[in-house]
Design a protein around this ligand. Structure first.
Ligand SMILES: Cc1ncc(COP(=O)(O)O)c(C=O)c1O
Ligand SMILES: N[C@@H](CCCC[NH3+])C(=O)O
Length: 501
């Protein structure tokens, strides 16, 4: 081969970094990571009592399979952990993790509250019949339309995030009061200056970022005083959220300590005793077997202790607490199923020379960063297994990649898969229930996958697959043009000759 004038070809291959000893059993479904109903029957993964091959055949791939019992079980675990008669607390499901009509109904039926962070999340919840008084609306840049929707619907709380927003809300609240309505209940979101131990993109309580009113500069107190003096608004309490995918309870405890301090400052400045304290979400989950998240019981006990102690010290009654778990409810119960399309071994040498050491196999699947942006965006780690069968073949180091025109389109950076995986096999990626479907895009015109809820042997499509016709309908030129081939709307099984049978 002729050398490039500027030197050797770019991107010299090096052997992979030591990835630890390959696991001896690649098929085990660690209950720490997989949904509560996940089992293997004759080697094949079953979710909610349904075999994955049948789910893939019926609904296509990529496919989000949501274990309803897991989702609702985790919601119930939070509700139980925070249901202390002495210190009652409300659990708000943070719907940004994953929301659809069915999820809104489960959350409503199971007695939880709901946190929406856009007018459209609010609209979805309301359209599903979610009780408005159990909804809080967040957002650092709520539009006039979003605020008006919240005021008209009579939601539980608007969580105020800026001085601009206060001034926008006041005339709407005044109009409601003038029409015989009640003042609009609000919380002030305080930025408590905590450096949460998580990826910098998902930490939200350090000073130099866009959310909330700074506690350190005094803005949070100024905002509280402003709202208290505004008759059309009712300052119900304070809010704090420090970030997401946090394992260490110390950050939550420090935040609770600081925000209770703000309750004290508000009391001193105005004589008002605020009755509610929402400590946000952010409770981490296990993406890998070694991850060790805190339990809802642990979080509840620690927060109660800190808040009770701080309030006692300040001589304040303990406020009604609220928390906003999103990922910890929605994340662990969902699995994404993909079909393998191509497998490319990258070797230190010609691919025609099988003796050349393997760097890794690039295992390409039929989705990618459009259904799970988290690996590309946060370098997130996932657990992934061969789902349609188990195999005794020796393990091979692999990287699971999507089909987008982007080399950063990686789903699982480093993993061991049996060396005999082949096109047509199904891969399952664990814990994709939070921030995957909800952050999905149509990059490269890939279509958003459906979500199928499984429970006790029943499978129900709760969100259908987007079709090319849906996408054409948005396009000024293509709106009336029939989508070219229904086959494009009807994905896998694409490689039935593979090892699925
Ligand atoms: C205000 C607020 N509450 C709750 C959540 C939910 O976070 P998580 O899904 O990590 O529990 C978020 C997202 O980080 C948030 O911004
Ligand atoms: N989207 C992030 C979390 C942000 C949560 C919302 N404030 C994730 O995927 O981990």
């Amino acid at each position: 081969m002729r050398a490039h004038p500027a030197g050797p070809l770019h991107g010299t291959l090096t052997p992979p970094p030591a990835a630890g000893a390959p696991p001896t059993d690649l098929g085990t479904l660690d209950p720490h990571v997989w949904p509560r109903s996940a089992t293997r029957v004759g080697g094949e993964m079953h979710l909610g009592g349904r075999p994955v091959t049948e789910l893939a055949r019926t609904h296509g791939t990529p496919l989000f399979v949501l274990d309803e019992g897991d989702f609702r079980g985790r919601a119930a675990d939070f509700a139980t952990a925070f249901a202390d008669p002495q210190l009652p607390a409300d659990v708000h499901y943070a719907s940004k993790a994953f929301l659809c009509g069915q999820v809104a109904r489960w959350i409503a039926d199971d007695g939880l509250f709901l946190d929406a962070c856009s007018g459209n999340e609010l609209a979805v919840a309301l359209a599903a019949g979610f009780p408005a008084e159990r909804i809080a609306l967040h957002g650092n840049n709520k539009s006039l339309v979003e605020l008006q929707l919240a005021v008209d619907a009579g939601i539980g709380h608007v969580v105020l995030d800026s001085f601009d927003e206060i001034e926008r809300l006041v005339p709407m609240a005044e109009a409601r009061v003038a029409g015989g309505g009640t003042p609009v209940p609000v919380l002030i979101r305080a930025t408590v200056g905590i450096e949460a131990h998580t990826h910098e993109f998902i930490a939200t309580a350090h000073e130099d970022q866009k959310f909330g009113f700074s506690l350190a500069t005094g803005d949070a107190l100024t905002a509280a005083v402003r709202v208290i003096r505004e008759p059309a608004l009712h300052l119900a309490g304070l809010h704090s959220h420090i970030g997401s995918q946090i394992f260490d309870t110390a950050g939550f405890e420090a935040a609770a300590h600081r925000v209770v301090g703000l309750l004290g400052q508000v009391h001193q400045a105005t004589g008002e005793v605020l009755g509610e304290l929402n400590l946000g979400g952010g409770f981490g989950i296990a993406y890998l077997p070694e991850d060790d998240p805190v339990t809802p019981g642990d979080v509840a006990a620690r927060l109660r202790t800190v808040v009770a102690a701080e309030c006692a010290q300040l001589g304040l009654p303990v406020p009604r607490l609220a928390v906003e778990p999103g990922r910890a409810i929605a994340g662990p119960g969902t699995v994404t199923l993909y079909e393998i399309g191509t497998i490319k071994p990258v070797r230190l040498g010609s691919s025609g020379a099988p003796g050349a050491p393997l760097v890794r196999n690039y295992v390409s699947v039929d989705g990618g960063m459009s259904d799970n942006i988290r690996t590309a965006l946060y370098d997130a780690a996932y657990t992934c297994v061969l789902a349609n069968r188990t195999s005794d073949a020796p393990p091979a180091l692999c990287r699971v990649v999507g089909k987008h025109c982007e080399s950063g389109d990686v789903l699982v950076r480093d993993l061991w898969l049996p060396s005999d995986v082949q096109p047509g096999d199904l891969l399952a990626v664990a814990a994709t229930g939070a921030y995957c479907w909800s952050m999905a895009s149509n990059y490269n015109y890939l279509l958003k996958p459906p979500v199928v809820a499984v429970r006790g042997g029943a499978a129900t499509e709760i969100v259908r697959r987007q079709t090319l016709s849906d996408v054409f309908a948005l396009d000024a030129v293509l709106a009336d043009v029939p989508a070219p081939s229904p086959a494009i709307d009807q994905p896998a099984p694409e490689h039935p000759a593979g090892a699925r049978s």
